[in-house]
Design a protein around this ligand. Structure first.
Ligand SMILES: [Zn+2]
Length: 216
């Protein structure tokens, strides 16, 4: 059961729930859900670390997307690497290389989506917003908790993009050309549509990401 506004105050305060007093509502919801999950853990302790379906997905952290649900994954099936935009950053590629070299994945999917927040800004706009104080942010801006920092990280690559298809093509190409990525790995590019949940292939990305030799 999840805690709600109807939950007795004694439970909300952690008196009867077993949680320390002062535990936040959000944290209690997570811990309650986790308790229920663990009670129905089944035989998942037998799973091994290497993904059973030998696949990895690189996609956006957008809360509207659940890769396990939209691609039919269960625990143990695949690696899922998420960041803002689902971009092939250095760290995403680090994870993909580990996924292949240490865990034996052979098929990778780069999935960006319609309505992505990283398509709403440019890198320069983000740097500008980071340099504003709370009372200076533009009217109607979605920018939250703006606080000017003397250490604004202007040199971070925010990996925003303006063209959805091109961003997928660029990322598949970047992964394909990385010297640590085996040519036998198949890299596919897809758009996830947030309005109907379908995956749409990106032919140019799939051409670039096609495996260049038969897997051993
Ligand atoms: Zn996104």
């Amino acid at each position: 059961m999840l805690f709600s506004e109807q939950t007795p105050a004694s439970d909300r305060n952690g008196i009867n729930s077993g949680f320390p007093q002062g535990t936040s509502h959000t944290l209690r919801e997570i811990l309650e859900a986790n308790r229920a999950y663990a009670e129905n853990f089944g035989d998942k302790a037998r799973l091994i670390g290497a993904p059973r379906r030998r696949m990895a997905i690189l996609t956006c952290m957008d809360a509207r997307m659940d890769p396990a649900k939209f691609s039919g994954l269960n625990e143990g099936d695949a690696h899922v690497i998420r960041n803002a935009g689902g971009r092939a950053s250095d760290d995403a590629i680090r994870s993909l290389v580990v996924s292949c070299k240490l865990m034996g994945t052979t098929d990778w999917f780069v999935i960006h989506h319609s309505g992505c927040g990283m398509q709403s800004y440019t890198d320069d706009e983000i740097r500008h917003l980071l340099g504003l104080d709370t009372d200076e942010h533009p009217e109607g801006s979605k920018w939250h908790d703006v606080k000017k920092s003397a250490q604004t990280p202007a040199d971070i690559h925010w990996l925003t993009f303006s063209d959805l298809v091109q961003s997928i093509v660029d990322d598949v190409k970047r992964i394909r050309q990385h010297p640590l990525v085996p040519p036998s790995v198949a890299i596919c590019g897809y758009i996830y549509h947030i309005h109907h949940g379908m995956l749409e292939p990106v032919p140019e990305a799939n051409r670039i990401g096609a495996p260049q030799m038969e897997p051993a």
